[in-house]
Design a protein. Sequence first.
Length: 287
Amino acid sequence: MGNKLFLFLVLLFSVQAMSQTIDSTSNLANQKRFMVFVNGNRGAKFNKITTDNVLHLKDPTGYWYNYDDTIISRFQPVQAIYFDGHHPVSTSMHRTNARFIKAYFFSRFCWFSKKSRWVLNTKFNEIGFKVRVENGKIAGQNLLNYLRENQLLEKQVTIDFINHSMGYAYTLGILEVVKPYIKLGKFLAIAPESGGLQGDDWNQFEEVWQYGSNMNSPTSNVIYYQDGIAPQTPLKGIENLDALKGGRVFIPKEWSRFKQGFLKSHHLNWFQWFFLIKPTDIGYFKR
């Protein structure tokens, strides 16, 4: 009797597990909207390594804090996908750690000037940018493989793209590969690095938003409060974007100056002003 009961329980649990697997596969097959998150440089500790271009269904590094959870909740139902867009400093506008430190040091004395003639590293690193784009193309192929393996390319799937810092160039590489096969959703570039070097036809997207510091304008903050990790320039081509489909969102004037500066105006740890943007405000990122 005991053996029969044991076999019955094993059979019951096996059927339940199979049912859950079928439901999970069915839900994925019916999924029509995906959201791709691409992070930037993960800090000096990881400066000697680069991305592996592997697709993840959960944040593999904890880079996004709870920004991704908040955005995902606004887009339900949606399946999140993550790529690690980390690349060493050598691929950035800083090029070396020494130049990064020099820029940080001198920016601490710029309390009056709004224009950086030599303090911040603002010259694009075209070679480094291209390295990130090329790795993004590998990620794009991995994304296509994932969609194909789950029989999703036969459907018209919509994909939204969210990137931070050096992840911007990587995202452009993904786009080059996947654009012919998907419907472009919404695009959010948070403090993009070298955003003015390369862009896209942004009007092909549902919306495009760039969040970050306001630099090189009459209303800019002084250099002391600027994003020095990735000095902000408009995304290339964003000036041609339909005004009803997006634009730039700057750090609010009421945001504490103690939470701004070379590092703080860039790092997600001090980017909580994102959560102050209300549904009725321009730039609120939602489905």
